[in-house]
Design a binder for this molecule. Structure first.
Ligand code: IVH
Length: 716
């Protein structure tokens, strides 16, 4: 990223382009953080981008975009939950990064209010909880609904989920007639570790950090899952009120505690910046022993009448600020750069570091992302780190945020050895020496060796036996590496012929380190058991690029068997439209169109399927495997609901639920949901405004219901 200095020399055109770029990156970051609970950049990076955006806007006010990130709080709610419009907007907080920012905060408030420097102006100081905010509406003391922040204006209705949280009372005694309590849902370190242990035992996804675990747990469509997750809640603010809680912030917090809410015990009234900063240091020093994540300290003007006078800027209150803790950083020597080759051939550079402690953890490896990152530029060619490249021998800054993989963030040029040379990213695979190429628009260089590349082959095998795929007991990553090295298993089919080839040679396996007669027999039994495999697990296990767990299910739900899928892929490969990138032409082609009509399947995946199936070497590997398996279609697992096995199309506006929720429910009942009407469609659910799809259904004589009819059919 360019530094603030470049603002002075920036032309209007450059500024407009940079604002567009920042808006794109921040949009993506917002969606990843708020909707997918999978942050892609650190909070510090996010804040830096936002500050840069604001600085450019301040320089070029006329260039401020309509969709400026400055005016956005979070991201719009994701599909799946009903929406709730907040009666009082849920705002975010401005940030302070150092002591000066805090004294300036105090100064600007005094200026705004016309208060003398020595007039008393107390503040509260309290930990900033790293969770997700929640608004709880109580009417006559009864919990009516609970909503996430969403984009600040509209949030998600998570009432059923909130009711399962122990710290959230269902009824309050002595509360104002209308009371909207706001606070943070979070998960303790202990509960987070236990949850992740349970998840990995079950083969379910684990969470990167407690915040993601809390968000993922609260935003479950099935509240019984939330109930099984140990969530907690701290109350620290309020929205609509029928009568005031108190005259001061501290008084209001005490009142919330009396009503039965948990409030943070480290909340304290401070006389001014000096005391605020002292409390900040005390909280920071005790941070590691709190048992839950916090990412700073929030200061609020204590007098509520003054808060009222101070009011708000577009997205933040003038009367409060968040003083952020610095990210965890350390400096060390970069001893080397290793290239790891992944399952899809991606070459990932990994920094080999002189071991260093970062926030209590010893770090000896860190990611360097990709070749552009090492060279000091982003995917669009714009400089990052002021364009400084990273060289072996450099003195580098290592950054670690929570459980995120550590990364090399910066380099100190004054410490660069005289003989350090720019890093040359390999153009051949270090494992198989095949050319490694970068396709247009791909940030990553990939080995083209396919299955002849031992690194790709072994990573593919590891993926094949992983939890969400074949999940063969006793055959994990470690065993795969051993068998691969010995030449006993080189491709998936050889797992299933292992006993036949070595069964009589059981002796050989038994004699190996770590194997006895019993474990060898158990392994063969576990393998035999997985010859019968769910179609979706098989598809996911193949390790085709862009084919994740969800898409594997979507494909398995749509195609009855392997022959139907592979036949359609083969036909798509030969369709004339496959050479024409136009979407309309693809949709109009029978085989391509069939893929694109499947909800959850797009052009990238279809193209990737074609690529995998047309690769002759890969195809024989598939064929040899399929011959040995007994594939269970997805429907077999479905329920006996009236829509099980039926293909349903939703069209027009749904009024009682979102499209995403309708799809999830239909699929849970064993239906396939498709995006287009054809002779294979069993049922069309048409809401107001349904157009050509409803007409086509009528022409084909397909049963059509309205939303109420559908709800009646599936039991409300
Ligand atoms: S006060 C009008 N107090 O931080 C401002 N927020 O970055 C109301 N947060 O959206 C928020 N701990 O989710 C406040 N003690 C605390 C907090 C806190 C965590 C979160 C909250 C807010 C975000 C802003």
């Amino acid at each position: 990223m360019l530094m603030a200095d470049d603002l002075k020399t920036m032309t209007e055109q450059e500024a407009a382009a940079e604002l567009a770029r920042l808006s794109r990156i921040l949009d993506r970051a917002n969606a990843a953080y708020h909707q997918e609970d999978q942050p892609e950049i650190s909070d510090a990076e996010y804040d830096a981008l936002k500050r840069r955006n604001a600085a450019i806007e301040a320089h070029f006010p006329e260039l401020k975009r309509e969709d400026s990130p400055t005016d956005q709080v979070g991201a719009a709610p994701s599909g799946g939950f009903q929406k709730i419009t907040h009666s009082v907007r849920m705002l975010s907080l401005g940030n302070a990064y150092d002591d000066t920012d805090v004294t300036e905060f105090d100064t600007s408030i005094r200026k705004y209010l016309g208060l003398a420097v020595d007039a008393p102006l107390p503040y509260t100081a309290e930990p900033k909880i790293d969770g997700l905010s929640l608004a709880l509406r109580y009417e006559n003391g009864t919990l009516i609904h609970a909503a996430t922040r969403g984009d600040g204006t509209t949030g998600e209705n998570v009432t059923a989920n909130a009711r399962t949280v122990g710290d959230i009372p269902d009824v309050l005694g002595g509360a104002p007639e209308l009371l909207e309590v706001r606070g943070e849902v979070y998960m303790s370190h202990e509960d987070f570790a236990a949850l992740n242990a349970r998840q990995s035992e079950k083969g379910d996804k684990t969470f990167a950090n407690p915040r993601n675990a809390a968000a993922g747990s609260l935003r479950q469509l099935d509240a019984s899952i939330t109930a099984s997750r140990p969530l907690r809640f701290f109350a620290y603010a309020w929205g609509s009120l029928s009568s005031p809680l108190a005259e001061t912030q501290m008084g209001a917090i005490d009142r919330l505690a009396e009503l039965g809410f948990q409030t943070n015990p480290l909340t304290q009234v401070c006389d001014g910046p000096e005391e605020m900063l002292a409390h900040y240091r005390k909280i920071e020093a005790g941070r590691a022993t709190l048992g839950y994540d916090i990412d700073g300290v929030v200061y609020k003007v204590n007098d509520l009448a003054l808060q009222e006078r101070l009011g708000f800027r577009s997205t933040t209150p003038r009367w409060a600020i968040a003083h952020k803790f610095p990210a965890e950083l350390a400096w060390t020597r970069l001893e080397g750069i290793d290239i790891q080759v992944g399952r899809t051939g991606a070459l990932s550079p990994v920094a080999r570091l002189q071991p260093v402690t970062v926030g209590g953890v010893v770090v000896s490896n860190a990611t360097l992302h990709n070749e552009d990152y090492i060279a000091g530029r982003d995917a669009n060619g714009a400089p990052i780190r002021d364009g400084k490249d990273i060289r072996v021998g450099d003195w580098v800054q290592v950054y670690r945020a929570g459980d995120v993989i550590p990364k090399v963030a910066d380099v100190d040029l004054s410490e660069r050895p005289a003989d350090a040379v720019p890093y040359v990213f390999p153009e051949r695979c270090p494992e198989c020496d095949s050319p490694a190429v970068r396709e247009d628009g791909d940030a990553v260089r990939r080995c083209t060796g396919g299955l002849i590349c031992p690194a790709q082959a072994v990573e593919k095998l590891k993926h094949f036996v992983s939890r969400a795929a074949f999940d063969i007991e006793g055959l994990g990553a470690k065993q795969i590496e051993q068998f691969f090295e010995d030449g006993w298993i080189k491709e998936p089919s050889e797992i299933f012929t292992l006993e036949e080839r070595f069964g009589s040679g059981l002796q050989q396996l038994k004699n190996r380190e770590g194997w006895g007669e019993k474990s060898a027999q158990n392994l063969f039994a576990a393998i035999a058991e997985k010859k019968r495999i769910d179609f979706n697990r098989l598809l996911f296990g193949l390790g085709i690029r862009h084919l994740g767990e969800a898409a594997a299910k979507d494909l398995a739900r749509h195609f009855d068997d392997w022959a139907a899928l592979s036949g359609t892929v083969d036909r798509a490969a030969t369709e004339p439209a496959a050479r024409d990138p136009g979407k309309a032409a693809l949709e109009a082609s029978p085989a391509w169109g069939e893929f694109l009509a499947i909800d959850g399947v797009g052009r990238t995946l279809t193209q990737s399927l074609i690529q995998a199936f047309s690769n002759a070497e890969e195809r024989v590997v598939f064929d040899r495997l399929i011959d040995l398996l007994d594939i269970v279609p997805l429907e077999a697992a479905a329920t006996d609901s009236p829509v099980a096995g039926k293909t349903v199309v939703f069209t027009g506006t749904l009024e009682k639920m979102t499209r995403a929720e309708a799809k999830a429910r239909a699929e849970a009942l064993g239906a396939k949901v498709s995006g287009s009407v054809s002779a294979k469609t069993d049922l069309v659910v048409a809401g107001p405004g349904a157009g050509s799809k409803a007409k086509k259904a009528a022409d084909l004589g397909i049963e059509t219901l309205d939303e109420d009819g559908w709800l009646a059919l599936i039991g409300g």
